[in-house]
Design a protein around this ligand. Structure first.
Ligand code: F6R
Length: 608
């Protein structure tokens, strides 16, 4: 969580820092600040609230200088306030620090530093870094930061400046992301690539335990322990404009509309000319795939819902039993994993702390870990044994949309691969499924035409407080996802439930006019879903259904129906979720909510 940016070069640093922070605001937005150095003296401006509050303060008087750091915060230690906003300083005010992560031993460090005479002015764990740097500084900032971080337990991505050596930035990371953008006569450092793209496409991805000394003319990378590191430069090929709104009102809407491309790109190149699924990334030999006795999917939030889809398809096609856990449970469960278990970690950002801990736990127990992620160079790509990239492009809206459908496309590919390698799918069936898969982008394009209808329907529910989302089979994870989207961006309470479970409790919630959204696409449990709809109607619930085109009957049961094109049952997850994303989006907009930055949330949850 939290976004970091640093600049050193010939240009005015403040606007560059603000531009970088704007592209990182998805990582947190409860306070923000910059420290800019001019002729060796630091000017610090911090504000509680979003970046717009900081910008207002800067408009009234912006510090000028050619080196600076900036930060947008998502609070972990200490409430959102100006005093707790980064950058933080030492006692002398000569050191400025921004940090993302959690310093686990900060209470001990703070007590110790206080006893040594240091005075703290914030409640944050970050401030300990500034005081430790002050304590260890004997003329070389790099060595002071390395020594300071040697005392720190926990996770950090941090950038440190000092008035004593104002011609360099020191950046270091452990378990929180940090990249360096290599420019000409200027260099940048940031939590994520979009923050530097306007300046350079040449990126150094820092690894855990590394520290960099960055001047305007160069970067020296080494481990915190002092071993020099030679890292290949990553050339970013995607366009900076991909990270902009491209004319849409919000990133979320843009990303909903990018879903056909996200699926297309994720499928691209996965099915070879001979029709075989190509998944070299799995890094397992055919004998190892055949020896697998189980798959274990680990993920959080929306990615967990993609995992629920994965469980159904892998079991159906590859006939492998699939366990599934939210990562925060899995990591502490002492799960049953052995060398014959394939663990699939699904994480859009590749940085979710619980999922990464799950990956480590699974490897510790002997499992092979395959990651499904959207972010090249993210932590999970370095820790997992293999990676399937989703190629959805950067997702800026905090609520996951295009990365969800891309994750589902990736699990379809994985399931097909496992099925074929294990000999559980005959050639004709496999051909049919692949042909249907390739039609999904066009189908989603058609579903997007429902946008206006969904908006009109949503207008009926603007003042609702509660809602229920129901589904069976493939409809169940989609009901869960529809409920998650609605609650996180519109703040309407939404329960996602297996439709058959309704009568075991949630049915008590239904009264006159409660909106009940039912995923009722054609499936082997369609009749059961219709029975559930009847139960809802009998209690005066107000049914909105997602159904398959041509199903005229459903209109007799539901007040509103969103029709999606027919696909095979196991592929129906993708078309069915799109109207629910639009439903959440329009309701949230009509309620005046900030859909791209819902309250209390952040895009990557890098703390547990
Ligand atoms: C909801 C959402 C979150 C994430 C969750 C996991 O819209 O985006 O629930 O899905 O925080 O994040 P990743 O996939 O980055 O591990």
């Amino acid at each position: 969580m939290c976004g970091i940016v640093g600049y050193i070069g010939e240009a005015d640093a403040t606007p560059i820092l603000m531009e970088g922070l704007r592209s990182l605001e998805y990582r947190g937005y409860d306070s923000a600040g910059v420290a800019v150095f001019n002729n060796g003296a630091a000017a610090v401006v911090r504000r509680k609230g979003k970046l717009s509050a900081l910008q207002e303060a800067l408009d009234a008087g912006s510090p000028r200088g050619r080196v600076g750091i900036g930060h947008t915060r998502w609070a972990t230690h200490g409430k959102p306030s100006e005093a707790n906003a980064h950058p933080h300083s030492d006692c002398t005010g000569r050191v400025a620090v921004v940090h993302n992560g959690i310093i686990e031993n900060f209470h001990e460090l703070r007590e110790q530093l206080t006893a040594e005479g240091h005075t703290f002015t914030s409640e944050t764990d970050t401030e300990t870094i500034a005081h430790l740097v002050e304590k260890h500084f004997t003329g070389d900032l790099l060595e002071a930061v390395a020594a300071a971080l040697g005392e720190v337990e926990g996770s950090f991505a941090t950038v440190v400046l000092s008035e004593d050596q104002p011609d360099r930035m020191i950046a270091a990371r452990k378990d929180s992301p940090l990249i360096i953008g290599l420019g000409r006569g200027e260099n940048l450092v940031a939590s994520d690539i979009p923050a530097v793209l306007k300046h350079t496409r040449d990126i150094l991805v820092m690894e855990n335990g590394e520290i960099a000394e960055i001047t305007k003319d160069g970067v020296a990378l080494r481990t915190i322990d002092g071993v020099p590191v030679d890292r290949d430069v990553l050339k970013v090929t995607w366009d900076a404009s991909a990270a902009e709104k491209a004319g849409y009102e919000d990133f979320m809407l843009k990303e909903i509309y990018e879903q056909p491309d996200a699926i297309r790109e994720t499928l691209r190149g996965r099915i070879g000319a001979d029709g075989a699924v190509e998944l070299d990334e799995l890094a397992l030999a055919t004998e190892q795939v055949r020896a697998l006795n189980r798959v274990y999917i680990v993920a959080c939030g929306t990615s967990y819902h993609a995992g629920l889809v994965g469980k159904q398809v892998i079991e159906a096609w590859a006939r492998l039993p699939v366990d599934l856990d939210v990562a925060s449970e899995f990591r502490y469960r002492n799960p049953i994993i052995d060398e014959e278990t394939l663990v699939v970690a699904i994480t859009q950002s590749g940085e979710t702390a619980d999922t990464l801990a799950g990956v480590r736990e699974a490897q510790h127990l002997g499992g092979k870990v395959m990651a499904i992620t959207n972010v090249v160079g993210s932590s999970v790509t370095r820790e997992a044994d293999g990676v399937i990239y989703t190629h959805a492009g950067p997702e800026i809206g905090v609520a996951a949309t295009k990365t969800f459908v891309a994750q589902i496309a990736a699990v379809y590919i994985l399931a097909l691969y496992l099925a074929e390698e294990r000999g559980f799918m005959d050639a004709a069936d496999a051909r049919a499924v692949k042909a249907q898969l390739m039609e999904l982008p066009a189908i989603v394009e058609e579903v997007l035409n429902l946008d206006e209808q969904v908006k009109e329907v949503a207008a009926n529910y603007v003042d609702e407080k509660d809602s229920l989302f129901l589904g069976r089979g493939m409809g169940m994870p989609i009901a869960f996802e529809g409920a998650l989207k609605l609650k996180e961006i519109s703040y309407i309470h939404a329960e996602g439930y297996a439709a058959g479970e309704m009568k075991h409790g949630p049915i008590a919630l239904i009264d006159d006019g409660t909106p009940i959204v039912v995923v009722a696409t054609k499936s082997h449990v369609y009749d059961k879903v219709i029975s559930n709809i009847q139960e809802v109607i009998a209690r005066d619930g107000d049914v909105v259904a997602v159904a398959t085109e041509g199903d005229a009957d459903i209109a007799r049961h539901a007040r509103f129906v969103f029709y999606v094109p027919e696909t095979s049952e196991l592929l129906s997850a993708i078309p069915a979720v799109v109207p629910l994303q639009l439903f959440a989006y329009h309701l949230a907009k009509m309620r005046g909510c900030n859909v791209d930055q819902p309250r209390n949330l952040a895009k990557s949850v890098t703390v547990e």
